[in-house]
Each structure stands twice: as C-alpha cells, then as structure tokens.
Write a protein that binds this ligand. Structure first.
Ligand SMILES: C[S@@+](CC[C@H](N)C(=O)[O-])C[C@H]1O[C@@H](n2cnc3c(N)ncnc32)[C@H](O)[C@@H]1O
Length: 280
C-alpha cells in the first residue's frame, strides 16, 4: 500500500462512498445523489441489493450474539458503517451490558454520524478513525487500547469491508495481522461479495457502478474468501451465503455475500482442524 494513504477519506458529496451507498440500500438518509445514482445502477442489474444488505446485517448480528453468548465482552467492528439499528453494541449489550465495542472506519460521514449519535447502550460504543489497510496502526491506536484489552479474548468483525480492499493491499495479510494480535479463544468474522456462481455480466455492471466511488468493489471466489480464515477454526456452519446463515433472512439472491465466523485455537496448528462449536 502507498505509504501516504491517510486513515480517512476526504469528504466529497459528489464521489460515492461504500458507506453511503450501503446506507441507501438500507433505507437510510445519510447519502447524497451521487450515492443514490451508484446504488440505482447496481439495482438495475441486481434489484435485490437492499435484500442482500439486510441479509449481511442479519449475519453480522447473528455472529455478535454467538460471540457474546460464548463469553466475548469486547468487539472491534472494522468498517462499522453509518449508524443503523439494531447495531453491534445494542445486540451485544442486550446479552451483557458491560460489553465494549470499538468501531473503526475511514469514511468522514461515518465518523461524524457515529460521533454525533453515540450508542445509548450501557456498555458503550467508541468510534475511531482508521483504515483497515493499515491494521498495525489500528491495533496501536491508544484510543483502541483504552477500550480493548488484547490480552483477553476479543471478536474482530470485518463484515462487508474487505471487498473494498484490492489484492494489492493484501486482504489476507490484513486479517493475519488482526489474528496474530488476538489471544487464543478470540473470534474473527468476515463477509465479502463472491464471484462464485454469479453471472459475469452482472459482476461487470456492478463493478462499473463502483468505479467512480471512493473504493472499488471487488468480487472474489469462495475459495479465496475461505483462504482468509487460515489457520483459524471455522465455527459451524462454516463459509456460507449470509442469507442462508441460521436466523438469516433465508431469501436467496443472485449476487451473494459469503460470511463465516472463526475462532483462534488454543494451540497453534499448521492445518485446519475440526470446526469449533456451531453458531447454528
Ligand atoms: C458495506 S459497509 C458495511 C458496514 C457494516 N460492517 C455492515 O456489515 O453492516 C462497508 C464499511 O466499510 C468501510 N470501509 C471501506 N473501506 C475501508 C477501509 N479501507 N478502512 C476502513 N473502513 C473501510 C466503509 O466506510 C463502510 O462504512
């Protein structure tokens, strides 16, 4: 990655951003006409984009419930997005009011809205500026370390973010950096859009719709996404279409996001072992 990449983007209403386009899919109001135009271009070839966004949210909240029930009380929510409800902190704190969540994002609209509308959850939500392409900078941020104790198990959420990170910025290496920093018993959740079993003409049109955005949208094969979890233990049901996850919305879509939750094992092994307990 370019050394001069700043943690945050500059604000521009005329350049669509992933966060604001997603907000449009979800029916939010924190988007501009350029974002809506990009979203409409996607919906012309993939009308179920809002359904897929909702399915991704359902996956995110499902893995949060699983982690908090497994005893996790601290979350790092990478690419946290524009505030929406229910959110990670609300769902986690419903199970354990002392849960702490740190949100990380590089979009100025996300940062300002998250600061303006702090979560009302008792455990609390803190937002910090950060770019996932600089994982070491996020992990070294003193504000993160005030909230998160990396010597204790943590859940790192990287949901619908890495498809905005080009191969040149090494998505697998980014996840390795977080996984290395997590203590045993920690969890990593990832979802990303897949090219597997997807019409190549539709992929091209969607990629085109994001071409003028602040970040490209990159489709990856199921095998590529699966490889990001090495050498963690996948939690049942493994890597799956987010809409098919247990308690997911169950509506199949023509373009799919695949999601999985994995756990850092207590002892290092060199090959994938049996799945940990199920999230189903
Ligand atoms: C599609 S939204 C997903 C929001 C939330 N994680 C969810 O799944 O509902 C993608 C989010 O990732 C953020 N994002 C994209 N690239 C990023 C980067 N390089 N560093 C930090 N955040 C990024 C965007 O600003 C946006 O808020």
């Amino acid at each position: 990655m370019n050394d001069d990449t700043r943690a945050h983007l500059s604000f521009s209403a005329s350049t669509p951003t992933p966060a604001r386009i997603y907000d449009y899919y979800l029916g939010g109001k924190d988007n501009f006409s350029a974002d809506r135009e990009a979203g409409e271009r996607v919906m012309r070839v993939f009308p179920q984009a809002p359904t897929l966004a909702l399915a991704n949210r359902a996956f995110l909240l499902r893995v949060v419930r699983y982690c908090v029930q497994a005893g996790i009380d601290q979350f790092i929510d990478l690419g946290t997005g524009i505030p929406t409800s229910p959110n990670v902190a609300e769902v986690a704190c419903a199970f354990n009011p002392s849960v702490r969540v740190i949100g990380v994002d590089n979009d100025p609209v996300v940062l300002s809205h998250q600061r303006a509308h702090p979560s009302s959850t008792p455990g609390g939500y803190t937002i910090v500026e950060g770019d996932v392409r600089r994982p070491w900078a996020i992990l070294a941020d003193p504000r993160l370390n005030e909230v998160i104790d990396l010597s204790r198990p943590v859940a790192v959420l990287c949901v619908a973010v890495l498809h905005f990170v080009p191969d040149a910025d090494d998505p697998a290496g980014i996840l390795d950096t977080f996984a290395d920093a997590m203590t045993a018993g920690s969890y990593l959740a990832v979802s990303a859009v897949t090219s597997t079993d997807t019409d190549p003409a539709v992929i091209t049109q969607i990629e085109d719709a994001y071409k003028n955005a602040s970040a490209p949208l990159i489709f990856r094969t199921a095998d590529q996404i699966l490889s990001w979890f090495d050498p963690l233990d996948l939690v049942h049901p493994g890597l799956l279409d987010v809409s098919q996850w247990p308690t997911g919305i169950g509506v199949p879509t023509d373009v799919r996001i695949l999601g999985a939750l994995a756990r850092k094992r207590w002892r290092a092994h060199t090959s994938r072992t049996r799945p940990a307990g199920g999230a189903g």
